[in-house]
Design a protein around this ligand. Structure first.
Ligand code: SF4
Length: 307
């Protein structure tokens, strides 16, 4: 069986940074370190960090006074930040800079007196954070048909923003519907869908055209992994031999929060089941790297931001 690995796949710069923030905080301040929400959507990553002394909590109020607190890569609402301030928690922010960029953009539109249409998936932590960062009215939609139902104060004072991990094609359809109904709406087009999401979707599409079955390594609650699954129309949360029955070629990709070790394990399992020959797509090389927060900068001896 021919096994083809998508390129790029797996960890993005925002996820690598978030994991490194927890690891460096553990080294610098010692365990336990408290992390609000899963640092990234991957059980394997969360368990590994938990074993090193990270504690994952849903609410700020669960964190003991004075304990070093990390906000996850998905970002948090302003109210969460305020609550941490009120509790005097020293905070290190692991929000992906590309998510922060959307927060700033949304608030900038709101400052112009515009109502915001946020394209994204209800219940995802990034969406909760983004809504909670914008003062003013935010309408959340995810499908073109929801545009008709929008009730806005002034159709000429509207802006849209998007979640970073959406399907580019689906988002384009929603934006077209918005522009058809509200011709003066402004927004970033699909540019705020992050580079990692776009690259992984493109590579998965290419892969899907070359192989019989595509397996996507990623957590069921990971937005970007699910968008890859839609492209590849395959579920690979655990390998079921039925999926590859009769297939002579299998493609593998991985969501931005899935570590490469899981891909390696999947390749190993396939090799146990049948004779395999592994190839890698050339794809694009990603050189994106984000700076560490000031508290964890190697050149900085500053203590975490204490409120
Ligand atoms: S998927 Fe994109 S937005 Fe999310 S953490 Fe990675 S780089 Fe940042």
């Amino acid at each position: 069986m021919r096994v083809v690995l998508a390129q790029p796949r797996g960890f993005c710069a925002g996820v690598e940074r978030a994991i490194e923030i927890v690891e460096r905080a553990l080294e610098k301040y010692g365990p336990p370190i408290y992390v609000r929400h899963e640092i990234v959507h991957n059980r394997h990553v969360v368990e590994r960090l938990r074993a090193k002394g990270a504690r994952f909590v849903d609410e700020i109020d669960e964190i003991p006074p004075g304990a070093v607190t990390i906000f996850s890569a998905h970002g948090v609402a302003s109210a969460i930040e305020t609550r941490a301030e009120e509790r005097g928690l020293p905070v290190i922010d692991a929000t992906c800079p590309l998510v922060s960029k959307v927060h700033i953009e949304g608030q900038r539109y709101a400052n112009q007196g515009r109502e915001i249409v946020l394209i994204g998936h209800a219940g995802h932590p990034e969406i909760e954070g983004t809504i909670g960062r914008i003062t003013g009215r935010v309408h959340l939609i995810s499908k073109p048909e929801e545009v008709e139902r929008l009730q806005v104060a002034n159709p000429d004072k509207l802006a849209f923003i998007t979640q970073t991990t959406l399907s580019v094609d689906d988002t384009r359809a929603v934006i077209e519907a918005l522009k058809a109904r509200f011709p003066s709406i402004v927004g970033p087009d699909t540019k705020d869908i992050c580079y990692a999401t776009q690259n992984r979707q493109r590579a998965t599409r290419e892969l899907a055209g070359m192989v019989d079955v595509v397996l996507v390594v990623g957590a069921p609650n990971s937005s970007n992994s699910n968008r890859l699954r839609e492209i590849a129309a395959e579920d690979a949360s655990a390998l079921d031999p039925k999926w590859i029955e009769g297939a002579s070629s299998v493609g593998i990709t991985a969501g931005a929060s899935a570590p490469d070790v899981l891909v390696e394990e999947l390749v190993a399992r396939l090799s146990e089941m049948t004779e395999t020959e592994v190839a890698r797509l050339p794809g694009v090389t990603e050189n994106v790297r984000f700076r560490m927060p000031p508290q964890l900068n190697e050149t900085s001896a500053r203590a975490p931001r204490s409120h």
